[in-house]
Structure formats: structure tokens, C-alpha cells
Design a protein around this ligand. Structure first.
Ligand code: HEM
Length: 267
């Protein structure tokens, strides 16, 4: 006789027991659970953002611009929501963190594969970050694939080219973008705004994370200092922690879209 089919439940559908079994603390420190939960939640949001951005890129390849803009906007909302979780971490005082911080070394958010995937997919392809993934063939292959595949920016430039806008070199691309920014209300114009909104939100994540880190650890070296030094082959003491993070603040995924705004005129 066949076993009766179990009706689906909330817990089985969402794998809640498995999910709740994944928060393994390394210490008795009270604040470690919130530290783990916040990081895990971030990784889930990164997973969703990657999924939505990949689909947005597919829509760009098919010239479905409004759909691409809609999913870019969703990715932006995901990043913004994730960033607000840093408020929870800031309820941890520096001395609370010191109770378990040494146990984490040499682990660091710097090693987040999904964050690097997000950067690479968004067009920020810096192969130096790959150096820290050499010991894990799966992470290495995933990041290599991201380095080689077209970024969101490549897909966007493809759209411009198919519309006959000259986009073969930077000066002409800039000119095309200035023209697009002047056509307010066009779907191409809405797409540009969605790209800038996404880029701005990623930059806000960086700044918010930096401030939170400085508030919690001040100018101490990061737990990932060795990895930062290996990636950039620069072992100067200051090049870790908040000083490394400060260096990342000027990163933009779509710098030409920002530059074009300088040259927009009133109609
Ligand atoms: C108390 C909490 C946190 C502290 C003290 C902290 C500290 C740091 C430091 C110092 C770095 C620079 C690398 C290093 O020197 O280790 C870093 C990088 C990073 N952290 Fe955090 N972090 C915290 C929370 C988080 C959270 C919740 C996330 C979410 C995933 C995160 C993601 C990252 C990422 C992705 C990087 C690399 C940034 C880049 O290379 O641009 N961190 N973190």
C-alpha cells in the first residue's frame, strides 16, 4: 500500500526546519546569533538580486526594455531592504562584538562569492578578487563565468546599438546617452533611470556598510585583512578594514550614465 500523500504545509514548502538549523554559533556570546542571522539574510537577498538581474539582462537582449527596468527596480528594492538590516547590526556595541570577533578570523564578508558575482554581473569586473577563490573550484568557476559573460552594461550597450545609436567608443556612447536622457518619457530613458537608481543603491550599501563597520570596529584591521592583501598584492598595514572600504566608495557600475547627466540641458 502506498503511503498517504502528506498535504503541503508552510514549513515543508519553505524548508523552515532546515533553514532554522543553519545558525551555528561558535561562542556563547549573546550577539553572535543576530550577527549570523543578518549575514544569512543578506546572502538570501543577494541570491534574489542575482536572479532578477540575470533575468533583466535577458530582457535587454530581447529588447524588452520596460520589463528589464521593472526587474532592475526590484533588484534595487532588494538591495535597499537588505541595507536596512545593517540597523540591526548597529544595535551591537563594539565590546559586544569583541566577545566573539576573534573566533571569526580569517573569515570576512570580503569572501562573499555572491557579492562579487553581483559586482561582476553589474559590470565591475576586477579579476584581482578571484585570487581569494582559488582554493574553491566551484566558487572559482562561478566567478570566472561571471567575468566572461556579458554584464548588464554590455547588454544595455547592445540595446543602443540595435536602435542605431552610435555606441562603438566612449565619446560617442556618451553623446548617445545625453540624447536619451533628454527624451524624458521614452522607454530607453526609463531604463537609464532604473540603471542609475540601481547603481546609486549599491553605492549607498557601500557607504552604509562602511559607517556601520567604523562604528563597530573603528580603525582596527578587518578579519579579512589577509585576503585583502592577497587580492591587491599590497600588504601595507593601512590597506584593510575601513581604509580599504573607503577606497571602494567611488565605484560606479555605469559611470557614463552619471557623466551624461552633467551635459543634460533643459528642453
Ligand atoms: C559587525 C559587522 C561587520 C563588520 C565589522 C564588517 C567588517 C568588514 C570589513 C572590515 C571589511 C573589509 C575587508 C576586511 O578588512 O575584512 C568588510 C568587507 C565586506 N563586508 Fe562586512 N562587516 C560587517 C557586516 C557585514 C554584513 C552584514 C555583510 C553582508 C553580507 C557584509 C558584507 C561585506 C562585503 C560584501 C564586503 C566586501 C566589500 C568590498 O570588497 O567592496 N559585512 N566587512
Amino acid at each position: 500500500m502506498e503511503a498517504p500523500v502528506q498535504p503541503l504545509t508552510y514549513g515543508r514548502y519553505l524548508r523552515v526546519p532546515e533553514l532554522l538549523s543553519l545558525q551555528a554559533r561558535l561562542s556563547e556570546a549573546h550577539d553572535e546569533l543576530q550577527f549570523i542571522v543578518v549575514h544569512q539574510v543578506f546572502e538570501l537577498w543577494f541570491k534574489l538580486a542575482l536572479f532578477e538581474l540575470e533575468t533583466a539582462r535577458q530582457h535587454l537582449d530581447r529588447d524588452q526594455l520596460d520589463e528589464a527596468a521593472r526587474l532592475l527596480h526590484r533588484s534595487t528594492t532588494v538591495l535597499r531592504t537588505a541595507t536596512s538590516a545593517l540597523d540591526v547590526l548597529e544595535t551591537m556595541r563594539p565590546w559586544d562584538f569583541l566577545e566573539f570577533r576573534s573566533r571569526l578570523k580569517p573569515a570576512s564578508g570580503f569572501q562573499s562569492r555572491q557579492f562579487r558575482e553581483l559586482e561582476f554581473l553589474s559590470g565591475l569586473k576586477d579579476p584581482r578578487y578571484l585570487r581569494n577563490f582559488e582554493s574553491d573550484p566551484e566558487d572559482w568557476a562561478a566567478l570566472q563565468r561571471r567575468l566572461q559573460e556579458p554584464s548588464l552594461w554590455d547588454a544595455f550597450v547592445g540595446v543602443l546599438q540595435r536602435r542605431g545609436l552610435p555606441a562603438d567608443d566612449e565619446p560617442r556612447l556618451l553623446e548617445a546617452l545625453i540624447r536619451v536622457l533628454r527624451e524624458s518619457g521614452s522607454e530607453l530613458n526609463r531604463l537609464c533611470e532604473a540603471l542609475v537608481e540601481y547603481d546609486e543603491t549599491l553605492a549607498l550599501w557601500r557607504y552604509r556598510h562602511l559607517l556601520m563597520v567604523e562604528r563597530v570596529i573603528g580603525a582596527r584591521p578587518g578579519t579579512g585583512a589577509e585576503d585583502v592583501h592577497r587580492a591587491f598584492q599590497d600588504s601595507r598595514d593601512y590597506f584593510t578594514g575601513v581604509s580599504y572600504l573607503r577606497d571602494t566608495l567611488s565605484k560606479r557600475c555605469f559611470p557614463l550614465l552619471w557623466e551624461a547627466r552633467t551635459f543634460v540641458e533643459r528642453d
